[in-house]
Ligand binder design. Structure first.
Ligand code: AMP
Length: 463
């Protein structure tokens, strides 16, 4: 049976090699393959066929990994969902993904779809087929339109990217990652889980990040700026535990140069910053060997081409996705076929890329993308609101938080309206909830009447 080349390589890894520590127990690569085949048998009994989509809304741990492996062995398409998502957030994704099955702990937030709250095992299926179009996963990413956008991910794009990263970061099968990033997001799922499998390496998987000492034997860590900020006191108190590590990586949001310097002063590690997105996987990175320039995200990965057009970073190459589904957006690509990142950047004289802002409306809270439009659409339904606009405000811990400027229609007292907005925000996952509200007479708009979110911080929250 023809496997995608990615899987063929993983299936050839020595079965007895240690793979993942899950829920405190070590598994080998052979154990994981056998687990995937048994879960594939169970999924098949549930009516899932190759090419069908399966939503996975689980926390990092054995069950989540089993669900992924089962889909991989069966050739089903995984649709990972943020474990904190509520009904208002999973609804549109389920509508777009039209899954055969949902694997999730809280069936009450789903309608019109079969939900299993436990991942089962059945008679093993040993085929590991190529899914239709080579699409192994759909990742939904917070769009600037408010509705999460489906990005089909192929085995080929992941393999190209992980090989280029392994070269840039000098990765090897002996590496052991501490994997705390959520596995519903590209960073943890592709770089963390699949990078570990492809290279026959190993990882300690934790449910979430806590700023404690890295587990014994770990050599690598991938995080977001907020993790490093929260870790700093531990690093200063016990630097030896960090000096043992080989590589610390940061991404998903800009790592402030002073934070990078503070980690360096405490541990002697220059955190390696890289830049990527769901649609492209990693597109630029600093090197393991060679100069890591703080405040830059490095140079394009092998095979990736980068340009800055009108201030916007644009990219093409083997790990760029083919387009959103099921709602294509032709404006995502330029006429000559480059993907438009929506990030503002500049390239320095040594070819290093610096991300200097965002041309797109996106708020990144603790490394997690939040679409202001999504929050606005949700909160605008609250009685008493005439209109509202959301923006990001700087925050020492999370880098950015969501803030909301509200124009009231005068029918509800301000205190009651604020309480109603806070209640409605609880229907969204925590990082999307505005931490600050302000009541204003009007929102900043341009001459065409379009909301100018970038002006809200200065116009409303600067006092
Ligand atoms: P996601 O698709 O969730 O990975 O989010 C991608 C977005 O995160 C990018 O378009 C950037 O806006 C931002 N991002 C990722 N890495 C970096 C970085 N190293 N520096 C600044 N922004 C970043």
């Amino acid at each position: 049976m023809p496997h995608p080349s990615f899987l063929a390589r993983w299936l050839a890894v020595e079965p007895s090699a240690p793979a993942l520590e899950l829920d405190g127990q070590w598994t080998t690569h052979g154990d994981l393959r056998a687990l995937g085949e048994r879960v594939a048998g169970w999924l098949s009994e549930k009516g899932v066929r190759p090419g069908d989509r399966v939503c996975i809304q689980l926390e990092n741990g054995r069950e989540l990994v089993a669900a992924h492996l089962g889909c991989m062995a069966l050739g089903a398409v995984r649709v990972p969902l943020n474990a904190h998502y509520r009904a208002a957030e999973v609804g549109p994704i389920v509508e777009d993904a039209a899954p055969r099955l949902v694997l999730a702990k809280d069936p009450s937030i789903y309608t019109g779809v079969t939900v299993c709250t436990e991942v089962g095992e059945g008679a093993p299926l040993r085929e590991w087929p190529v899914p239709p179009g080579d699409v192994t996963c759909w990742l939904f990413t917070s769009g600037t339109t408010g509705r999460a956008k489906g990005t089909p991910q192929t085995w080929a794009m992941w393999e190209a990217n992980l090989d280029a990263l392994a070269a840039r970061w000098a990765l090897s099968p002996e590496d052991r990652l501490w994997l705390c990033l959520p596995l519903f997001h590209t960073h943890g799922l592709v770089l963390g889980l699949h990078g570990t499998l492809l290279r026959g390496a190993s990882a300690v998987v934790s449910a979430r990040f806590h700023p404690v000492l890295p587990p014994e034997g770990v050599t690598h860590f991938y995080g977001v700026p907020t993790y490093y900020r929260r870790w700093l006191d531990t690093m200063i108190a016990q630097p030896a535990a960090f000096q043992r590590l080989k590589l610390l990586v940061s991404g998903s949001d800009g790592l402030p140069a002073e934070l990078s310097d503070a980690v360096y002063a405490a541990t002697g590690h220059r955190v390696l910053e890289r830049y990527g997105m769901t649609e492209t996987v990693i597109l630029a990175s600093n090197p393991f060997h060679g100069e890591r320039r703080a405040g830059t995200v490095g140079t394009p990965l092998d095979g990736m081409e980068l340009r800055v057009e009108g201030g916007e970073v644009q990219v093409r190459g083997p790990s760029v996705f083919a387009g959103y589904e099921p709602r294509p957006d032709p404006s995502a690509f330029t006429a000559d076929g480059w993907f438009r990142t929506g990030d503002a950047g500049e390239i320095d004289d040594a070819g290093y890329l610096r991300i200097i802002g965002r041309k797109k409306d996106l708020i990144i809270v603790g490394g997690v993308n939040v679409s202001p439009a999504e929050v606005e659409v949700h909160l605008a339904k609250v009685p008493g609101v005439a209109e509202l606009g959301c923006c990001g405000l700087p925050d020492l811990d999370l880098n950015e938080i969501v803030a909301c400027a509200v124009v009231a229609d005068g029918t509800v007292p301000e205190d009651a309206l604020r309480a109603a907005l806070e209640r409605a925000a609880k229907e969204l996952s925590g990082l999307k909830r505005p931490r600050r509200y302000a009541f204003v007479a009007a929102l900043p708009r341009n001459a065409m009447g379009k909301l100018q979110r970038g002006r809200i911080p200065g116009a409303v929250f600067s006092a």
